[in-house]
Design a protein around this ligand. Structure first.
Ligand code: HSE
Length: 395
């Protein structure tokens, strides 16, 4: 029997417990052994839980038990998740996590620590919920020269945008529903302001480009500024508005940003709605490949974590690919060319002669510009004395 411990018994931790119990036969087939949850650590009282005898409050009980070889960290937040993870790795236990905050912030030192101790640090559930994306990047696609990755990486915001604009729900109702379904972060600002998406695109970028990108350095915009008018202009052109994480390799470094994009129907992502996430990866041989599935929720997230438990049991000492292997310049995002959806006041026909005009009147216009950098857009606005009321990048 393989003994594991869970740290944190919230939505995610209880989902792992449920799946390990419910799918015990499948796990046994995959691991060649029974998986037993020996301990569950949580500060709350679970004395009336049917498995109350498994619950503990002291991390040392787990650290000092040599029978426990794999620990599932499902606490959320950076502290004490980081300290507990390092202690488990140093006690030669593999750690599985869904905690994107801790991976994006401390991934470099935790992966190094895991390798020094000959154990695994696995984080499939930290990006894209139930979608297998981390292991495909590490394995199936790793022979490619990966040039660009972008994706819908937050279930809560995709759910809110879909409910607001396809089902005419209010922002507050849609957010409440996402919280009730267990999609949202404890502090929903992390979802709606793009912080969660930022952590996830940093993790992807760290894997594929080998740098270690500090999430605080990444230009991040959220969804609160998106209006029904923006959405109706998007729909009039057969597009959707989606919050994307975007990272691309250039000769002078990498561009990485988080923002709402007007996504053309030519991209699969434009049709990915509700809690679904999708990630499109461009490699020099695979060309483009898109992964799609449920980006949040109890059992979809558990599915990714249980996959990692199986990987840690079957390959306990396989070297983890570290972050920060190379130094890469983070380019100014305003030097990356995009077409822009622009709502501007002033006489804009001279400034944007080659644009697609969506609406024009005496006060101003709504246009889709030809590809240009944000610096060039700002220069035009200054030269032609325009006031830019709304700017959304297009894909
Ligand atoms: N709050 C996150 C989301 C949970 O909505 O996608 C999954 O990481």
């Amino acid at each position: 029997v393989v003994n594991i411990a869970l740290i944190g018994f919230g939505v995610v931790g209880s989902g792992v417990f449920e799946m390990v119990t419910k799918n015990s036969e499948a796990l046994k087939t995959s691991c060649g052994d029974d998986i037993n949850v020996k301990y569950v650590l949580d500060i709350r009282d679970f004395s009336s839980h049917p498995s109350a005898e498994k619950f503990v409050k002291d991390i040392d009980i787990i650290l000092n038990d040599n029978e426990v070889s794999v620990v599932v960290e499902a606490m959320g937040g950076s502290h004490p998740a980081y300290e507990y993870t390092m202690a488990c790795l140093n006690a030669k236990k593999s750690v599985i996590t869904s905690n994107k905050e801790v991976v994006a912030t401390f991934g470099e030192s935790m992966l190094k620590c895991a390798n020094e101790n000959g154990v695994r640090y696995l984080y499939e559930a930290s990006v894209g919920g139930g979608i297998p994306i981390i292991r495909p990047l590490h394995k199936c696609l790793s022979g490619n020269d990966i040039t660009k990755v972008f994706g819908i990486l937050n279930g809560t915001t995709n759910y809110i945008l879909t409910q607001m604009f396809k089902n005419q729900k209010s922002y507050a109702d849609a957010l409440k529903e996402a919280q009730e379904k267990g999609y949202a972060e404890r502090d929903p600002r992390a979802d709606v302001e793009g912080i969660d998406t930022c952590r996830k695109i940093c993790i992807i970028s760290d894997i594929v480009f080998g740098a270690f990108v500090d999430p605080n350095e990444v230009h991040t915009e959220g969804i609160p500024a998106v209006t029904a008018e923006d959405v109706s202009y998007a729909e009039s052109r057969g597009c959707s508005i989606k919050l994307l994480g975007y990272t691309e390799k250039r000769d002078d470094g990498i561009v990485i940003l988080v923002a709402p994009f007007m996504v053309s129907k030519d991209f699969i992502l434009s049709n990915v709605d509700d809690v679904y996430n999708a990630v499109t990866v461009y490699g020099n041989c695979v060309q483009d490949v898109t992964f799609c599935g449920r980006g949040a929720g109890k059992l979809p997230t558990a599915s990714a974590m249980v996959g990692d438990i199986i990987e840690a049991v079957n390959h306990p000492a396989f070297p983890n690919r570290e972050f920060g292997r190379v130094n890469i310049n983070i380019c100014d995002h305003k030097t990356q060319p995009f077409s822009f959806y622009v709502k501007a006041s002033g006489n804009i026909s001279d400034a944007f002669a080659d644009s697609e005009i969506l609406c024009e009147n005496a006060q101003g216009a709504v246009v889709i510009t030809a590809p240009m950098t944000e610096h060039q857009l700002e220069e035009k606005a200054e030269k032609y004395n325009l006031k830019l009321d709304r700017v959304i990048r297009c894909l």
